[in-house]
Design a protein around this ligand. Structure first.
Ligand SMILES: Cc1cc2nc3c(=O)[nH]c(=O)nc-3n(C[C@H](O)[C@H](O)[C@H](O)COP(=O)(O)OP(=O)(O)OC[C@H]3O[C@@H](n4cnc5c(N)ncnc54)[C@H](O)[C@@H]3O)c2cc1C
Ligand SMILES: NC(=O)c1ccc[n+]([C@@H]2O[C@H](COP(=O)([O-])OP(=O)(O)OC[C@H]3O[C@@H](n4cnc5c(N)ncnc54)[C@H](O)[C@@H]3O)[C@@H](O)[C@H]2O)c1
Length: 459
């Protein structure tokens, strides 16, 4: 166990367990406000996002997008010869993103705010009591659970015995493998499948549901599957893996029906589960086997206990962890403010085309009994999409509540789909009346003018 700024008494105001995105945010805010805060982290301060998730994956995607864009030159701007090389990507992830997976700067960022840092695995031993490697700490105001999530590995026979990759291996690889099997076609599977394929890896993407990105609109999923297919990814939706073997350096994945797929690497990207095991949440009266820690609108999980981030099950996104971290900090400090509101939860899958989405999908809105109206417009039929030509696939889909005449959800897939999303997120968040959206000016010729077309389609 190593400590930093770890001096003084074993009684503090707040103990934050897990210093990922969410925990670091709460702990930093409380320390800045003058509270005695102990931040405990078993691995690296900053958590999954900067070292093994968002940041390195987006560096891979940026590089893959450069390759794709260069490959679009023929027929548009002359000739381009592209030789993909993964080495600069791996170097950038090692040197710029993660400092070779060293969190010294992040630890200093926290201790510089006056926080105390302790490296180790924390366990609750009672309300307001936390044990780290044999030593007990008491938290006068309470504890914050911010332990994040871990990959969910499905019970496919043989899987537990083979050296499969998780996101951590996939983003810290030194080279692109010649072939890759990806199990799971959610955001992780889709983003990494495309990035690796663009570096020359022969990728097979196996998704059990009948389509990729099953949490998003089917039209967006179909778009992404089509693009991936045209880029050479072998997309197998509705495919069930029944067995896995690793022989002679190759993974062999058997599908229901007997077909066998092979690959040099196997990435398991079949979802995440809250990291609760061994944490001792039963001492707070919480169920250690629950799929997430239930929180109220101020992130309270129990008496003198708050939870933030992936562990709450409100969406495994960095912006959710930070948003919740702010709410928890405010509640602990006794500052007023609104409760959590997830109606306009935005998310972006950084495939190319990017899939931005906010609020409810059509299906989710119907399930909630909303009287739904939808509108859809395709990016290639907008002026900007037509001008853009190569790589212009995309669409905007709007989901409106016909009774209230507001948007309750929207999807913007396409070039910069995640950026186009912003206006739609404002519309859902602020419940902008549809007539006001219709009588707005949309700059010509932008991708976001597709929103205006989709509003017309909405009727
Ligand atoms: C490949 C990938 C790509 C992603 N891309 C994006 C993206 O582009 N945009 C986005 O918004 N989100 C993305 N995410 C999701 C994002 O990474 C998470 O939502 C975010 O990291 C959650 O933050 P957190 O603080 O809840 O948990 P984490 O970041 O998981 O941090 C939790 C920390 O708690 C520590 N911990 C756990 N148990 C203990 C214990 N008992 N004692 C001490 N420490 C403990 C862990 O070591 C960890 O450091 C991605 C995820 C993956 C896997
Ligand atoms: N751009 C982003 O913001 C981003 C990127 C990556 C991850 N994330 C976050 O991380 C979370 C986890 O990502 P994920 O893609 O692992 O999870 P996910 O739960 O979103 O998707 C997992 C997919 O795997 C499929 N699956 C499950 N078991 C399977 C099996 N046995 N065989 C084949 N397919 C199977 C599911 O049907 C699902 O489509 C996401 O939900 C998201 O919140 C965000």
């Amino acid at each position: 166990m190593t400590g930093s700024g770890h001096t003084g008494t074993d009684t503090v105001d707040v103990v934050v367990i897990g210093m990922g995105v969410g925990g670091e945010h709460v702990a930093g805010r409380l320390a800045e406000a003058g509270l005695a805060v102990l931040g405990v982290e078993a691995e690296l301060v900053g958590g999954e996002c900067p070292y093994w998730a968002c940041v390195p994956s987006k560096m891979m995607i940026r590089a893959g997008n450069l390759l794709a864009e260069a490959r679009r030159v023929p027929g548009m701007a002359g000739r381009a010869e592209v030789t993909a090389d993964f080495a600069p990507v791996a170097a950038r992830i090692r040197d710029e993103a993660t400092a070779d997976w060293d969190d010294a700067a992040a630890v200093e960022r926290f201790t510089g705010k006056g926080g105390r840092f302790l490296r180790g695995r924390a366990r609750l031993t009672g309300p307001r009591r936390v044990e780290v490697e044999g030593r007990t700490y008491t938290a006068r105001r309470g504890v914050v659970l911010a332990t994040g999530s871990r990959p969910r590995v499905p019970p496919v026979p043989g899987l537990a015995d083979v050296p499969y990759w998780t996101n951590r291996d996939a983003v810290s690889a030194k080279e692109a493998p010649p072939s890759l099997l990806v199990l799971g076609g959610g955001p992780i599977g889709a983003e990494l499948a495309q990035a690796y394929a663009r570096f020359g890896t022969a990728v097979t993407l196996v998704e059990a549901a009948d389509r990729l990105l099953s949490a998003e609109e089917p039209e967006a999923a179909e778009l992404v599957a089509g693009v991936l297919g045209r880029e050479g990814v072998d997309v197998r939706a509705g495919a069930r893996a029944t067995a896995v073997r690793h022989e002679g350096g190759e993974f062999r994945l058997t599908l229901e029906g007997g077909e066998e797929l092979t690959g040099r690497r196997l990435l398991v990207a079949t979802g995440r589960r809250a990291a609760l095991s061994g944490l001792g949440v039963e001492h707070l009266g919480l169920d250690p086997d629950a799929s997430a820690v239930e929180v109220d609108g101020r992130m309270r999980a129990a008496d003198a206990a708050w939870a933030v981030g992936d562990v709450t099950g409100h969406g495994a996104f960095t912006h959710v962890a930070m948003y919740q971290g702010e709410l928890a900090a405010r509640d602990i400090l006794g500052d007023p403010g609104p409760d959590a509101d997830y109606r306009a939860l935005p998310r972006v899958t950084f495939t190319d085309p990017e899939v931005g989405a906010v609020g409810l999908t059509e299906e989710a809105a119907r399930e909630r009994g909303v009287r739904v109206r939808t509108g859809l417009a395709r990016v290639p039929s907008s002026t900007r999409g037509w001008i853009h030509k190569a790589g212009n696939e995309g669409l905007v889909k709007l989901v409106a509540d016909a009774d209230r005449d507001v948007l309750v959800g929207a999807t913007s897939a396409g070039p910069m789909g995640g950026e186009v999303l912003y206006g739609l997120a404002v519309a859902v968040h602020a419940e902008v009346p549809l007539p006001r959206l219709r009588h707005m000016m949309y700059a010509y010729p932008t991708f976001h003018r597709t929103v205006e077309q989709a509003l017309q389609d909405l009727g």
